[in-house]
Design a protein. Structure first.
Length: 213
């Protein structure tokens, strides 16, 4: 049974809500950051560090938790696409399954902020490593669906490039993780990877609204 509200699926609605919730909570946390903050040199997760952001950290961490919970509903509802081909069904199920795992990882990022550095790094790795895999599987699963807007897939490829660039530079500069305020612009790519991936979720949700998926 498909859950719909005013002809829009719950998945399409929650996809947009996730983007709005994460953006608002992040901006509030950023506004409460007690010292000048530069997205090109400051890690996104610094916002959730209670030692660096005593008040704003609560907003960022709860933003991660709430967004993760909302995204679980979004990814689970992607089965509404109901592809006809068996291969597409398999790819879709794998993609939405990994999406749910990534959503749980995002929740863990909020539960274990930078002050729990080992747990935080594991949770964050779950988000960034699975991110590009999810987009690949979902793009392949939906690409030939007549209701799938191809621009969503093309934007997804851009997200993959940004995410992989971030992971590559991170692996090439492993010591950078021990620096909360690195002089390189790697944190800027982290910001780009997170918000372009969220934008992809929002665009896919809009696709679902437009085509009544």
């Amino acid at each position: 049974m498909e859950l719909k509200y005013h002809r829009y699926s719950l998945s399409s609605i929650t996809g947009l809500v996730a983007v709005v919730v994460f953006t608002i909570f992040t901006l509030i946390s950023l506004a409460l950051y007690p010292v000048p903050y530069n997205p090109f040199h400051d890690w996104l997760s610094n916002l959730g560090n209670i030692n660096l952001n005593p008040i704003g950290s609560y907003f960022f961490n709860w933003g991660c938790i709430l967004t993760g919970l909302i995204l679980i509903i979004f990814f689970a509802g992607l089965y509404n696409w109901k592809p006809n081909k068996t291969l597409s069904k398999i790819l879709l199920i794998i993609g939405l399954g990994l999406g749910i795992i990534t959503s749980i990882s995002l929740i863990m990022v909020g539960i274990y902020p930078e002050t729990y550095i080992q747990q935080h790094l594991i949770a964050a790795a779950g988000v960034f490593i699975l991110l590009f895999i999810i987009i690949i599987f979902l793009n392949l699963a939906l690409f030939y669906n007549p209701k799938f807007i191809r621009g969503v897939a093309y934007f997804g490829f851009l997200v993959i490039i940004i995410d992989q660039s971030f992971l590559y530079l991170l692996s090439a500069n492993k010591n950078i993780l021990s620096n909360l305020n690195p002089t390189s612009t790697v944190p800027g790519l982290e910001w780009a990877a997170v918000f372009t991936s969220l934008a992809w979720v929002g665009i896919l949700a809009l696709n679902m609204m437009i085509k009544r998926i």
